[in-house]
Write a protein of this length. Structure first.
Length: 287
C-alpha cells in the first residue's frame, strides 16, 4: 500500500505540474513563444494572492476572483506592448526579453516582499483528508487535480470548439492568411497570453496554499512546467496533463526510495522520455 500511495500522491501532484505547464503549452501552441519568465509569473500570482488575502482577509481560493483577471490583463498588455515586437523567425529576441522580465520580476519581489519565504493560510483545507480504499488523500491535492482537469478540458474545448479557438488555430497555422481573413494577430496573441497568465494565476494561488514560496522560486516551477510540456508533447494540452502526472509519479517514487532522489527522479524520467521520443509522448496534431 505504501507504493500505491506514493503513485496516487504522484498523480495528484501531477495536477499541479499540469497547471504550471498549461499556460506554456497554450502560448507555444498559438505563437511558438517560449516564455522564460513563466515561473516568475506563477510566483507573481502567488504574491498577488498573498497581498489580497492579507489586505482583505478573504480565503486564498476566493482571491482567484481578483488575481485571475489581474494576471490575464497583465498578460494581454504585456504581449501587446512588448512581446509582439519580438516575434519573428528568430527565436532569440523573445528568449532574451522574457529572461530580462524574469530578472526584473525577481528583483521586484525582493524589493516588495523581502527574501523571506511566504505562504498563504487556507485553514483546515491544508490538512483535511478523506480515506479512499485504505489511502488517505488530502482534499487540497484532490481539489488541485480536479481543477487541472477542468482547466485543461476548458482550454481544449475553447481551442477546438469555439470561434476564438478557430481564430487561435488560424493565426498559429498561417499568420499572413489569417491577417487577410480579417484577424488581428497582435490582438489574438494578446488574448492567448492573457488566457495563459489567467491559468498561471490559478497555479500560483494553489502553489501558495500548498507550499512556501520566495522570490527565486520561479526557476524550479519553470523547469517543472517545461518538463511536463515536453514529456506530453509540445502544444498538446491533454499531453501536458499526462506529462505532469508522469513527472509527479516519478518524483514521489524517487522520494519513496530515497528522499534525496525526489527531484532527480523527475529529471531522469524527463531525460528517458526525451531520449526515446524527442517529440514527446503525445505530439501535437493539427485539427
Amino acid at each position: 500500500m505504501d507504493w500505491v500511495n506514493a503513485i496516487v500522491q504522484g498523480v495528484l501532484l501531477g495536477g499541479l505540474y499540469a497547471l504550471f505547464a498549461a499556460g506554456l503549452s497554450l502560448i507555444f501552441g498559438v505563437m511558438r513563444l517560449v516564455n522564460i519568465a513563466h515561473g516568475d509569473f506563477i510566483v507573481l500570482s502567488a504574491y498577488l494572492g498573498l497581498t489580497v488575502v492579507t489586505s482583505t482577509g478573504m480565503h486564498p481560493l476566493l482571491a482567484l476572483i481578483i488575481v485571475v483577471p489581474t494576471m490575464a490583463a497583465i498578460g494581454y498588455f504585456l504581449q501587446r506592448g512588448i512581446l509582439n515586437q519580438t516575434l519573428g523567425d528568430d527565436i532569440l529576441p523573445p528568449l532574451l526579453v522574457t529572461f530580462g522580465l524574469s530578472v526584473i520580476l525577481q528583483n521586484l519581489f525582493l524589493a516588495g516582499y523581502s527574501a523571506d519565504p511566504q505562504k498563504m493560510d487556507a485553514g483546515a483545507l491544508e490538512t483535511a483528508s478523506v480515506s479512499v480504499a485504505g489511502l488517505s488523500l488530502g482534499i487540497l491535492p484532490l481539489l488541485t487535480f480536479g481543477i487541472a482537469i477542468v482547466v485543461i478540458a476548458s482550454l481544449q474545448y475553447m481551442f477546438f470548439c469555439t470561434s476564438l479557438g478557430r481564430a487561435f488555430r488560424a493565426v498559429s497555422d498561417n499568420q499572413d492568411i489569417a491577417q487577410l481573413m480579417g484577424l488581428n494577430k497582435r490582438h489574438m496573441f494578446g488574448l492567448a497570453m492573457g488566457i495563459a497568465l489567467g491559468v498561471t494565476a490559478i497555479a500560483g494561488i494553489l502553489l501558495g496554499i500548498r507550499t512556501s514560496f520566495d522570490p527565486t522560486a520561479g526557476s524550479a516551477r519553470l523547469i517543472f512546467g517545461f518538463e511536463a510540456v515536453i514529456i506530453g508533447g509540445l502544444g498538446n494540452l491533454w499531453g501536458t496533463l499526462a506529462g505532469g502526472i508522469i513527472l509527479g509519479v516519478a518524483q514521489t517514487i524517487g522520494a519513496k526510495i530515497d528522499p534525496g532522489w525526489q527531484l532527480l527522479s523527475g529529471h531522469i524520467a524527463f531525460l528517458i522520455v526525451l531520449a526515446i521520443r524527442p517529440q514527446g509522448l503525445f505530439p501535437r496534431v493539427s485539427g
